[in-house]
Design a binder for this molecule. Structure first.
Ligand SMILES: NC(=O)c1ccc[n+]([C@@H]2O[C@H](COP(=O)([O-])OP(=O)(O)OC[C@H]3O[C@@H](n4cnc5c(N)ncnc54)[C@H](O)[C@@H]3O)[C@@H](O)[C@H]2O)c1
Length: 194
């Protein structure tokens, strides 16, 4: 039994650098990492690298400063795995300049990724986890025959509450709750290769 057996971690900015090392280590310790990054091709490559070593991994296109993309990414993860146990808000950029040479637009970009990104990911993951806890509680009181096959199946209700009414957004594949495009993600080894 490894340290992270059965655990799912969402790691932002995990296609490269420090985030990539986090997901490689998490997978080596038995967990399933979700690689969320602006750069989907690089996220896919990292997921493939992990799957080649025999672990599961899932790549999601996500700009952490974009609330709709974070919502969609979190909903996709819950739909796939029915859980998120760990969040590492690692995505970030480095702009290192003397303050007198620091354009205000760069400052705002930095804050949007580092601060807004922390907020959007924590907000969505915490909300989804609370939803799943309540659901698990209700489920435990239901006869087995009336339980949904997987906890993640209830995510449509969470999606509906978060997204509100019908929402059209072709860029992010958000249409109606429960009818999102799947082009922006790749499935984990078990789901895809079985
Ligand atoms: N490397 C250092 O010395 C250092 C020092 C202090 C803090 N940090 C912080 O650690 C984190 C990782 O640093 P790193 O050196 O691995 O950086 P890196 O540039 O190697 O990797 C950052 C990753 O984040 C992704 N990313 C950037 N903006 C994003 C966004 N808006 N949404 C989703 N993904 C996004 C990039 O595509 C990239 O894959 C960053 O937050 C960085 O600011 C790094």
């Amino acid at each position: 039994m490894s340290r992270f057996d059965g655990k799912v971690a969402l790691v932002t900015g995990a296609a490269s650098g420090i985030g990539k090392q986090i997901v490689l280590r998490f997978a080596a310790d038995g967990g399933t990492p979700v690689i969320a990054d602006l750069n989907l091709d690089a996220a896919d490559a990292t997921a493939r690298e992990i799957r080649a070593k025999g672990s599961d991994a899932f790549a999601v296109a996500m700009n952490v400063a974009d609330e709709a993309m974070v919502e969609k990414g979190v909903a996709d993860i819950i739909e796939e795995y029915g859980q998120i146990d760990v969040l590492a808000s690692n995505a970030g950029i480095q702009i290192v300049k003397p303050v007198v040479d620091f354009p205000f637009s760069d400052w705002k970009r930095l804050l949007a990724i580092h601060l807004d990104g922390e907020f959007t990911t924590t907000d969505d993951v915490a909300d989804a986890v609370l939803f799943l806890c309540r659901r698990q509680n209700q489920r435990a009181h239901r006869p087995v025959a009336h339980r949904e096959p997987r906890l993640g199946h209830g995510i449509d209700r969470w999606r509906r509450r978060r997204f509100g009414a019908l929402r059209h957004d072709d860029e992010h594949g958000l249409r109606e709750p429960g009818r999102t495009r799947v082009a922006s993600r790749t499935r984990g080894r078990n789901a895809r290769d079985s």
